[in-house]
Design a protein around this ligand. Sequence first.
Ligand code: SF4
Ligand code: SF4
Length: 508
Amino acid sequence: MKIIDKFFKFNGGIKAETYKNISTTKSIQSIRIPKTLVLPLRQHIGKIAKLKVSIGEFVLKGQLLAEADGNVSAAIHAPTSGLILSMEKKLIPHPSGLPDLCLTLVPDGKDTWIEKIAIDYKKIGIEETIKGLRNSGIVGLGGAAFPSHLKLKSHQKNKIHTLMINAAECEPYITCDDMLMRENANELIQSIFLVQELLGAKKSIIAIEDNKPEATEALKISIADSGIEIKVVPTIYPSGDAKRLIFLVSGIQIPKEKRSSEFGIQMFNVATILSIYKYIIKGEPSISRVVTITGNVHKPQNYEVLFGTSLSELIKDAGGQIVKNETYIMGGPMMGFKLPSKEVPVTKAMNCVISAEPKMLAEKKEVLPCIRCARCAEACPVMLQPQELYWFSKSKQLEKAEEYKLFDCIECGCCSYVCPSNIPLVQFYRYAKSEIIEKARDTEEANIARERNDFRLKRIEREKQERAERNAQRRAQNTPEEKSKLIDEKRRAISEAMERVTNAEGEQ
Ligand code: SF4
Ligand code: SF4
């Protein structure tokens, strides 16, 4: 087993208080099956899943409820056995705060599995195995929710030499991957071998921040002499961003417009790779995940939770809030977002919920003018000029903002974090991005409408011409000269026919 401490430091980043040890004192807890489960049909990046069951139907645990629709989509399965009660729009955990289509399942309490069918990947081959994963419902559980079968297919286009496991978990407060590694190190190693084989990669590297010594120790024991490398990287936010982590580990700078697979590296999050193993080896689709419940609760900890469980159940199980408020943040404090309600269901992207602590809700600091101190530029891991981006976004000079690579911004929040003027820089960038996207959409729609209109005008002109030609032909056929020409032709045809008849009689 190889532990490598050498790393390549990326530009900027911040060293923030991590608040991780508050939720790692207890092992991962299970939670009882709730009275109802609310399952959004879109828990992934891409098209909403296509319904495969009817309202009133009884389903078994693990049964397919909705299948992936198109390539970038993911299936939804029943987290337990029970009755499909309804399909309607409900609040979901999404930054938009808008409701979306959800199935409500009433558990029967028996938790009866469908027949679990493992995939004999050695027998059916890698391509068929990856195709089969489209039905697994597995998406990136680090928060990105990108369908995993697509990532596994990357080796078809590019040769993958390295499988990298993203075990950095760099956002403050989040500890679900840390706890998974501590408690499931053996299974994680088996998962890595399996996915390495599926990708045809030559080696695997686990990249982990140095603030997880217990997990690193557990992995060391499980890895033994298997050849998997562990790369311990310093705790610098945002080391968990895929491109930053690849640079930290390998020194390879992946440009914004490129994917890591084009450089022979494919990355998976800890929980995602474990889910792939469970589906292939045990025949279990994606129906649950580990979620960190932390912050302003009496018992901050990690839970193994069925998708669809209401967040309020978890808050209750975590001992309830210490100080009552209604602010819950999904994800970390740097890149997370405020939830619209604590009644939202746990979904595949929900890695952590922070019940806001009073210090988080303390009166907002006064926003002061930019003093051009350049601290934001020093902190930016993408080497942007945040103060310029701020100025162009604020003054709506959107073309200039694009010129200054607004879309390279990963919204990590490092610039806002260090700004002495308390300027909420990321909010300005998000606003500017949405304005540009909106404008581009409007322009595209206007272009499509223009093209349609041009096409319509051309069609009308063509039809007009064709009509004119037909009329001209008809008119030409009706002139006295044309008429006599026609009569002559007919006469000639009749006399030729009579001649043929006369000749035939003569021969007889
Ligand atoms: S850190 Fe804040 S005050 Fe300093 S240059 Fe950047 S935006 Fe301006
Ligand atoms: S939010 Fe964007 S501009 Fe600010 S530090 Fe992160 S990448 Fe740079």
